[in-house]
Design a protein around this ligand. Structure first.
Ligand SMILES: *Cc1c(COP(=O)(O)O)cnc(C)c1O
Length: 226
């Protein structure tokens, strides 16, 4: 990446950071109550380092293996990184995910809850866990469907001893996102959960209006993905 290109990433990051704060204020919320998760999937250290150097520490990745290739060195170089797993987790990668990620946003089915519980019993690491809700009930998309959310959250707590701190969703691409954000918030409220990961490059203003505590923003910062 050239100097110009890394300046562009930094400029876009700063603009997105300002927009997140502005949308929070516009919605009558405190900017510090909305965390920007910079989604760096497919990008290498040369794109990520300028954002780290600006002081930002919260990043998202969607693949365990890709993250293992780039984040251990970056975490060592920049203390205080909070790394979020935002893509589907395979049971056989639960151990690696717990070792590297500080937040796992994609607890989305029984087998993953079981695998996480089993691996957590063997380590002192305690990543925060969010349950992914498939608000659009799309067959191809991961996540617990809304009508099963309450029962799944109860099982996480009672059966697997998992402490779930929030919910995450990815609305269908071809629908207005706001009803999905509102639904996620409703499920969180009735389950006593305060953390809502919702909103991406194209819809984070609406998500912030509807209570997002975490917005996951990739292309608006790093550019179109390779
Ligand atoms: C890639 C990705 C994002 C970021 O999407 P952009 O539209 O590039 O901001 C957010 N959430 C998830 C789950 C993703 O996979």
């Amino acid at each position: 990446m050239t100097d110009d290109a890394s300046h562009e990433v930094l400029d876009r990051f700063l603009a997105v950071r300002d927009a997140v704060a502005r949308f929070a204020r516009d919605a009558g919320r405190k900017p510090e109550d909305v965390t920007l998760v910079a989604v760096s999937k497919t990008y290498g250290p040369e794109a990520i380092v300028p954002v780290l150097e600006s002081g930002h520490r919260v990043f998202g990745e969607n693949r365990v293996q890709e993250s293992q290739g780039k984040w251990p060195a970056l975490k060592a170089q920049f203390p205080g990184v909070e790394l979020h797993l935002i893509g589907p987790l395979q049971s056989n990668k639960a151990k690696e995910a717990i070792a590297l990620f500080d937040v796992i946003e994609t607890v989305d089915r029984v087998s993953i809850a079981e695998a996480l519980a089993k691996e957590l019993a063997k380590t002192d690491r305690r990543p925060q866990l969010y349950v992914q809700i498939n608000t659009g009930e799309e067959p191809q998309k991961a996540g617990v469907v809304p009508r099963e959310a309450d029962a799944f959250l109860a099982r996480c707590r009672d059966e697997w001893g998992l402490s779930i701190s929030g919910l995450m969703c990815i609305p269908p691409v071809d629908e207005p996102p706001s009803p999905h954000f509102a639904l996620l918030r409703k499920i969180a409220e009735r389950n006593g959960l305060k953390t809502l990961s919702m909103g991406m490059s194209g819809d984070f203003e609406a998500a912030i209006q509807l209570g997002a505590t975490h917005v996951r923003i990739g292309s608006a910062i790093f550019g179109a993905r390779h």
